[in-house]
Write a protein that binds this ligand. Structure first.
Ligand code: ADP
Ligand code: MG
Length: 232
């Protein structure tokens, strides 16, 4: 087991009358992949936002391993794009780099564009990008400050199959380079490829955990179906 990067203990999140999360326990090792599965409204996005430090739990604890502050360690890709449509791809990355206090934002932008296969469209406005290109630029943006953990909220949604496949391979590459990944998704096959462990959220609670020894696509599919069936 790699060194622990992040742990959540008894995390609750309530919004007025809605309990979005209840009693969440989880641990993530450095460089590990965790898939979060669950139907709409299960609390996946809320959980990712809490890990990103964008939302605060109403109960429990979120703890990162000793080291740099949370903001510098986490890259977040949410449902809503953080890209500015009127800026070019490169300008978006330079701008994000400045926000994060990256040392040489221009050089970092060029590096990220190359990593994501976007050097050829560096000077085009994000507005004209296909969903697949925008998602690659969003990954670049999430990585601008070289975070060790990437939080990806349904990154495949809205992509055609070739773009989803390309993104999946890219995420495998990032995992291989040592990034920890937390992936909220409905896509069990992709989850099984990218994550060593998984949890199934239903109505804000962890209904099932799949560990590294168990992880395979068929096992995950069955575990997910069972967790949904067992819920009212
Ligand atoms: P998922 O991503 O699994 O679809 P969410 O985390 O978006 O689930 O939502 C979990 C629950 O919390 C839902 O019932 C949702 O309506 C509620 N919720 C999420 N965000 C808010 C908010 N800002 N205010 C009120 N309720 C919210
Ligand atoms: Mg969601």
């Amino acid at each position: 087991m790699s060194a622990r990067l992040l742990s959540l203990q008894a995390v609750d999140k309530r919004y007025a009358s809605v309990t979005a999360l209840s009693g969440i326990e989880l641990e993530l090792g450095a460089g590990q992949g965790l898939a979060i599965l669950g139907p709409n409204g299960a609390g996946k996005s809320t959980l990712l936002r809490i890990m990103a430090g964008l939302a605060h739990p109403t109960g429990g604890k979120v703890q990162f391993a000793e080291g740099a502050p949370q903001r510098s360690r986490v890259g977040y890709l949410g449902h809503a794009t953080l890209l500015y449509p009127e800026l070019t791809a490169r300008e978006n990355l330079v701008f994000a780099g400045r926000l994060y206090g990256v040392e040489d934002p221009g050089a970092r932008a060029d590096q990220l564009l190359a990593d994501e296969g976007l050097s050829g469209v560096a000077n085009r406005r994000a507005r004209g990008f296909s969903r697949g290109m925008a998602q690659r630029l969003s990954i670049a943006r999430a990585r601008v400050h070289a975070p060790e953990l990437l939080l990806l909220d349904e990154p495949f949604t809205g992509l055609d199959e070739p773009s989803a496949q390309r993104l999946s391979l890219r995420l495998e590459g990032l995992a291989h380079e040592g990034h920890a990944l937390v992936l909220a998704t409905h896509e069990i096959d992709r989850a099984a490829r990218l994550a060593q462990t998984a949890l199934v959220l239903v109505e804000g609670m962890v209904k099932r955990r799949v560990n590294a020894e168990e992880m395979s696509e068929p096992f995950l599919r069955t575990a997910y179906a069972e967790a949904l069936e067992a819920s009212p």
